[in-house]
Design a protein around this ligand. Structure first.
Ligand SMILES: C=C(OP(=O)(O)O)C(=O)O
Ligand SMILES: [Mg+2]
Length: 564
C-alpha cells in the first residue's frame, strides 16, 4: 500500500552512498515497563523463572549468532554473555528479595546497568542499546509474549525504528529490507556498523522519524543523509537514475583507481584485522592504506599481544597483498580507543592527552615489540610494508618515529597528519619522513575543536569544511614539491565527490572501507586532474562545510551538463 502524505525531508547521518525508494514498515514498539507490584509467587520461584528466561534468551542469541556469522556473531555472543553476567544476576536476586516479580527485577537490573554504560558515553555508551534489547527479550520470555522485533510484511520495505538491536540487524532478510532509518544511533552504533558491513542503505540518528507512518513512500538517500517522505515524481525519477548509475558501477570492470585523463590514484583499503584482507583484494583494493592495529591489542585481553602473536597476524595480512603496498599504523591507543595497560590515568580531555604516538613513546617497549613483529612479518612475505605513527604533532616526533622504525629495518616510515600543527609544517614533516597519510577524522576534530565522540557537536565534524581542506592542501602542496606520497585514510576519502576534491588538493592515494571502493572508483573516472583542482578551489572558497559541499555539487553538475 502506498500512502500519499505530506512531502517532508528528514535529516540524519547517512551510512555509505546508497539510495533506495520504498515503503515504510515500522518496528514494533517496546514492551511496556513491568509494574512494580508484589509477586504472588515465592522469592525462590521468581528467581528460578528469571534464571530460566535469562538462559533461554542467551541460548537464542547464540543460535542467532551462529546462523548470522561474521561480525554479527561476535556481537550476539557478547549480548548472550550480558544476559548471563553474574553481577547482573546478583542485582536481580537483590531486587527479588523485595518480593517483586521477576519481570520487574529484570527490568530494574538491566536499567541500572544501562545507565552506567550510557554515562560512560562514546563507544560504551552506544552499547547501552544492546542491553535494552536483551532486557526486552528476557521480559518477553517471562511474560510469554513474542520479543519485539522486525516486522514481516509480504513485500519489500524500508525499516523504520528507534534503533536496531544487533539480534535484529543480524537476521534482517536482505531480499525484503530495502533500507534502514533509525532515530537513535550515531555513525559508530551497531546499526551503522552492520549496515556498512551488509551494504544496507541506512540513515541513522534521523530527526522526527515518528512522522513516518507505515506504508509511506520514502526515498532514503545515504549519501545526503536524508529521508524524503511522499516524494514528487521528479524526485523518484532522479533517485531511480542514481540507483541505475550505481548498479552500472557495481558491475563495471575493476580497474586501477584513475581520473578521466588517466592520472593514477591508487585506491586502498582501510582494515582492522587480517580477516577482511581477501574481501578487500577481491573488491579491487590496490593495497592497504590503513591497517588499524588497535583491535589486535583490544582483543588481547588486558595486555599487549606477544611479538609472536603480532607477527602471525601481520604475516596473514601481508600475505594477502603480494607485491602491493600495505600501510600499517602502530598502535593508536587513547581517547576513543582506550587501552588501560598503556595509559590508565584519568584525563579530563583524553583527545588532547597521552594518546597515539605520545602514549607509545611513554611505553616504548610496546612500540619496539610492535616494530619487531612488523619487521619479521615483512621479511617473511612479499608485500611492500609501510609503517606510520598516529597522532603526531611535531617535527621532532616525526624524526623520533622515523629513526626508531629505521632501527628495525623498516624501509618506508611515515606519519599520519591528524593534528593541524603537522599540516601547517608539512614541508618539514615530509623532509623528515617518507610519506604522510592524512587522517581526516581526527584532523576535522582538532581543526574545528569538536569532539568526534560527542553527538551534540557532530555537525561540526564535517571534513568538507574549507578549514580542513586548506590543511589538506598544505600537505598536498608539500607532497608535490618534495615528491613524497600523500595519502588520505579518513572517512572523507569514502565520499565520492569529496574524494575528487582531495585529489585536487594533492592527495596521491585514497584509502577507505572496502564497500566504498566501487563508488569512489566510478566518481574519479568522471573528472580530469584540472577539473579536480577547479572543484578543490571552489570548496576552499566556501564559507563552511555545507556551502562547500553544495558549491562543489553544483559545479560538478555543470561540468557533467557541459560534457553531455
Ligand atoms: C583514519 C583516522 O584514524 P582513526 O579514525 O582510527 O582515528 C583518522 O583520524 O582519520
Ligand atoms: Mg585518527
Amino acid at each position: 500500500m502506498t500512502v500519499t502524505g505530506t512531502h517532508t525531508t528528514l535529516q540524519g547521518t547517512g551510512i555509505g552512498q546508497g539510495v533506495v525508494v520504498g515503503v515504510v514498515a515500522r518496528m514494533s514498539e517496546p514492551l511496556p515497563e513491568p509494574q512494580d507490584t508484589p509477586s504472588t509467587k515465592s522469592v525462590e520461584d521468581e528467581a528460578g523463572r528469571a534464571r530460566a528466561s535469562l538462559s533461554v534468551v542467551a541460548r537464542d542469541l547464540e543460535e542467532r549468532g551462529k546462523s548470522a556469522g561474521g561480525t554479527a556473531r561476535d556481537v550476539l555472543e557478547a549480548q548472550a554473555m550480558m544476559a548471563e553476567d553474574p553481577t547482573l544476576s546478583d542485582i536481580i536476586d537483590e531486587s527479588l528479595a523485595r518480593g517483586i516479580t521477576a519481570e520487574r527485577a529484570v527490568f530494574e537490573a538491566f536499567a541500572s546497568f544501562r545507565d552506567q554504560l550510557a554515562a560512560m558515553g562514546g563507544y560504551l555508551g552506544e552499547r547501552a542499546a544492546d542491553l535494552d534489547d536483551v532486557s526486552q527479550r528476557v521480559i518477553a520470555d517471562l511474560s510469554g509474549v513474542p520479543a519485539p522485533g522486525v516486522p514481516n510484511p509480504d513485500h519489500p520495505f524500508v525499516l523504520v525504528a528507534r534503533d536496531l538491536a544487533p539480534a535484529d540487524t543480524a537476521l534482517l532478510d536482505l531480499d525484503k529490507v530495502l533500507g534502514l532509518v533509525t532515530s537513535d544511533g550515531g555513525p559508530t552504533s551497531h546499526t551503522a556498523i552492520l549496515a556498512r558491513e551488509k551494504s544496507i542503505v541506512a540513515v541513522v540518528g534521523t530527526a522526527d522519524v515518528s512522522t513516518l507512518a507505515d506504508g509511506t513512500t520514502v526515498i532514503v538517500d545515504a549519501a545526503a543523509g536524508t529521508v524524503t517522505a511522499s516524494p514528487s515524481d521528479d524526485e523518484v525519477a532522479a533517485a531511480e537514475s542514481r540507483i541505475a548509475e550505481r548498479e552500472a558501477a557495481a558491475v563495471a570492470p575493476v580497474t586501477p583507481g584513475a581520473l578521466k585523463d588517466g592520472t593514477l590514484i591508487p585506491l586502498l583499503a582501510n582494515l582492522g584485522s587480517s580477516e577482511g584482507a581477501q574481501a578487500a583484494a577481491d573488491a579491487g583494493a590496490e593495497g592497504v592504506g590503513l591497517f588499524r592495529t588497535e583491535f589486535l591489542f583490544l582483543d588481547a585481553g588486558g595486555s599487549a599481544p606477544t611479538v609472536a602473536q603480532q607477527r602471525e597476524h601481520y604475516t596473514r595480512l601481508l600475505q594477502a597483498f603480494p607485491g602491493k603496498k600495505v600501510v600499517v599504523r602502530v598502535l593508536d591507543a587513547g581517547a576513543d580507543k582506550p587501552l588501560p595497560f598503556l595509559n590508565d590515568v584519568h584525563e579530563e580531555n583524553p583527545a588532547l592527552g597521552l594518546r597515539g604516538l605520545r602514549a607509545l613513546r611513554a611505553s616504548e617497549d610496546i612500540l619496539r615489540e610492535q616494530l619487531t613483529a612488523l619487521a619479521e612479518a615483512d621479511k617473511a612475505t612479499e608485500a611492500d610494508l609501510w609503517v606510520m605513527a598516529p597522532m603526531v604533532s611535531t617535527v621532532e616526533e616525526t624524526k623520533y618515529f622515523v629513526a626508531i622504525a629505521r632501527e628495525y629495518g623498516i624501509k618506508t616510515a611515515g606519519v599520519m597528519v591528524e593534528v593541524p600543527s603537522l599540516a601547517l609544517l608539512a614541508p618539514q614533516v615530509l623532509a623528515a619522513s617518507d610519506f604522510a597519510s592524512i587522517g581526516t577524522n581526527d584532523l576535522t576534530q582538532y581543526t574545528l575543536a569538536a569532539d568526534r565522540m560527542l553527538g551534540s557537536v557532530a555537525a561540526l565534524q564535517d571534513p568538507w569544511h574549507p578549514a580542513v581542506l586548506r590543511l589538506v592542501g598544505e600537505v598536498g602542496a608539500a607532497g608535490a614539491s618534495t615528491g613524497k606520497p600523500v595519502g588520505i585514510c579518513g572517512e572523507a576519502a569514502a565520499d565520492p565527490l569529496l574524494a575528487v576534491v582531495l585529489v585536487g588538493l594533492g592527495a596521491t592515494t585514497l584509502s577507505m572501507s572496502t564497500p566504498a571502493l566501487v563508488d569512489v572508483r566510478a566518481s574519479l573516472l568522471k573528472y580530469t586532474i584540472d577539473e579536480a583542482r577547479k572543484l578543490a578551489e571552489i570548496a576552499l572558497a566556501a564559507d563552511g562545510a555545507a556551502e562547500a559541499r553544495a558549491a562543489v555539487a553544483a559545479a560538478a553538475l555543470t561540468l557533467k551538463e557541459e560534457q553531455s
